[in-house]
Design a protein around this ligand. Structure first.
Ligand code: CU
Length: 165
C-alpha cells in the first residue's frame, strides 16, 4: 500500500514537472466579465487575470456590438491583473470583445481575446440567479422558525393541560 502511494506521488510529481516549461509565460486565467458570460448591464471596466504578473506595454482594446471602441485607453496593471476603463456612456447591448496584448515576465508578448454579452436587462440572468438563490433560504428559515414556534406553543399547551388535570 505504501509502495503504491509512493509510486502515485512520484507519478504526480513527474506529470507536474514535464509541462513546466510550457507555463513559463503568462496565460489568461480569468476575465471579468467572464468569457462567454452574459451580464445585465455593461460594467465600467473589464479586468483580466493572468497566470503570472505581467508588465507594460499592455494593450487592451474593448470593442462594442457595433464594432465601436469602448475602452478609453486607461489601463491599470497590478501584478497579474490588468484593468481597462470603459466609456461612461451607454454603448448598447450585444457582444463585446476584449483583445489584449501583455508582456510576460519571461519577455514573451502574449496576446488573445475573450468576449462577453450585455443583455441590456438590468438584473439579468446573473442577478436573477443570486436573487432566486437567496429567497428559498429565507423561506426555509421562516418555516423553521414557524415550526419551532408551533412545537413550543403545543408543548406549552400540553404542560398547561397537565397542570390543569
Ligand atoms: Cu514565454
Amino acid at each position: 500500500m505504501r509502495l503504491l502511494l509512493g509510486a502515485l506521488v512520484a507519478l504526480c510529481l513527474l506529470v507536474l514537472a514535464v509541462p513546466a516549461p510550457a507555463w513559463a509565460h503568462a496565460t489568461l486565467v480569468s476575465a471579468d466579465p467572464a468569457a462567454g458570460s452574459t451580464v445585465g448591464a455593461r460594467p465600467d471596466a473589464v479586468t483580466l487575470r493572468f497566470s503570472e504578473p505581467v508588465a507594460p506595454p499592455v494593450d487592451v482594446v474593448v470593442t462594442g456590438p457595433t464594432g465601436q471602441r469602448v475602452s478609453v485607453g486607461r489601463t491599470t496593471v497590478f501584478g497579474d491583473r490588468v484593468t481597462e476603463r470603459l466609456l461612461d456612456e451607454d454603448t448598447g447591448s450585444g457582444e463585446y470583445s476584449i483583445a489584449y496584448q501583455v508582456l510576460s515576465d519571461d519577455g514573451h508578448v502574449v496576446n488573445g481575446s475573450t468576449s462577453f454579452t450585455v443583455s441590456g436587462h438590468e438584473g439579468g440572468p446573473l442577478t436573477a440567479q443570486t436573487g432566486g438563490g437567496a429567497r428559498p433560504s429565507v423561506l426555509v428559515a421562516g418555516l423553521a422558525f414557524l415550526l419551532l414556534l408551533m412545537v413550543a406553543v403545543t408543548g406549552a399547551a400540553r404542560v398547561a393541560e397537565a397542570v390543569h388535570d
